[in-house]
Design a protein around this ligand. Structure first.
Ligand SMILES: [Zn+2]
Length: 279
C-alpha cells in the first residue's frame, strides 16, 4: 500500500511531534510500504511549520519508506501572481520531491498566485494537492458550492494533475450539499454530486480518500460508495492523514470490507499513486 497523505513533525500545539520512526511503526502496523510526506507551510492551519527541507531530510533517512512533496506558500516573493514558481519548485523536484502540497492557504482555488503554482507543477509533471473548504472557512483553499473554481483550473491547466481532498471536495460526492455548517454530511446519497462528474470529465483530476472527509464520503452510504469506487477506481488514491494525530485509519477496513475485487483495490491502494507520482 502507498499512503498518499501523511504528515510528520510538530504541527499542532500541545501535541508531541510525530517522528519518522513513529510513523514507520504505524505504517508497519497497517501494512503500508510507502507514505507521501506533505510539508505544511501555510500559516492559517498549523501552529508550526513542517518544511520541504524537513521532508527531504526525513525522507533521505528512509528512502524506501517516504516520498517527499514540496510546499511553498503562494504569497511568497512578490505576492501578486507574477512570481515564476518554476525554478523554486524545480529545485525541490531535482532533490526528490514528487508532488506539491498540501495547500492550506486561505485563497480561492482559482487565485492567480495559486495558478502560478499550478502552471509550474504542470510543466514539471508533478501533481498538486489542495485542501478544499467552503468560502466561509478561514483555513484551506476556498471553494464555492459546486466546486466552480476547481473546474476552472482543471480546464485552464490540463497538464497539471489535481488531487482533490478536504471537506468541501468530499461533501460534493452528493448533489445535496449542506455547506459549511456541516463539513462532514451524513446520510444516503440520492443523487451523485459534482465529484463524480468532475472525475469523469477531467483526466487531470484525481482524489485522495484520506482524512475524516474522504472516509465520511464513503462511510455515509456504503452502497453508493461501492459503485463510486468501482466506477472511479483509476482516479482514486488511498491516503490516511490520521497518524500525525495518532488516530486509526478507518479507511483501510472500509476499503477492504466493502466487497471490491482485488484488481480494483490494487489501483486504489497502489497503482494510481505509482502512476501519477512516477515511482
Ligand atoms: Zn493533511
Amino acid at each position: 500500500m502507498i499512503d498518499t497523505h501523511a504528515h510528520l513533525g510538530k504541527v499542532v500545539f500541545g501535541k508531541n511531534p510525530l517522528t519518522p520512526e513513529e510513523l514507520i511503526e504505524f505504517m508497519d502496523k497497517y501494512g503500508i510500504e510507502k507514505s507521501v510526506i506533505l510539508p505544511l507551510v501555510n500559516p492559517e492551519e498549523e501552529h508550526f511549520y513542517y518544511t520541504t527541507e524537513q521532508a527531504l531530510e526525513d525522507s533521505k533517512k528512509y528512502p524506501d519508506r517516504f516520498i517527499p512533496f514540496v510546499n511553498i506558500d503562494p504569497r511568497r516573493g512578490t505576492n501578486d501572481g507574477n512570481l515564476d514558481f518554476y525554478p523554486l519548485i524545480k529545485e525541490c523536484v531535482d532533490k526528490g520531491c514528487k508532488g506539491f502540497g498540501e495547500i492550506l492557504a486561505n485563497l480561492p482555488t482559482n487565485d492567480r498566485r495559486l495558478k502560478s503554482i499550478y502552471k509550474a507543477c504542470g510543466k514539471l509533471e508533478i501533481p498538486v494537492l489542495p485542501d478544499l473548504r467552503y468560502s466561509q472557512s478561514t483555513v484551506g483553499v476556498i471553494e464555492l458550492l459546486g466546486l466552480p473554481y476547481l473546474e476552472e483550473v482543471l480546464k485552464e491547466f490540463p497538464q497539471t494533475i489535481f488531487i482533490g481532498h478536504g471537506p468541501s471536495f468530499w461533501a460534493e460526492v452528493s448533489a445535496d450539499v449542506p455547506g459549511i455548517q456541516e463539513p462532514y454530511p451524513k446520510g444516503k446519497i440520492e443523487k451523485p454530486g459534482r465529484v463524480g462528474y468532475l472525475l469523469e470529465r477531467y483526466p487531470n483530476l484525481y482524489a485522495d480518500l484520506s482524512a475524516m472527509s474522504g472516509y465520511n464520503a464513503l462511510a455515509r452510504d456504503l452502497d453508493y460508495a461501492k459503485t463510486f469506487l468501482e466506477k472511479h477506481h483509476k482516479k482514486l488514491l488511498f491516503g490516511t492523514d490520521r497518524f500525525v494525530n495518532r488516530e486509526e485509519p478507518k479507511i483501510i477496513d472500509l476499503l477492504n470490507n466493502i466487497g471490491l475485487p482485488s484488481s480494483i483495490k490494487g489501483y486504489i491502494f497502489r497503482k494510481n499513486a505509482e502512476r501519477i507520482l512516477k515511482l
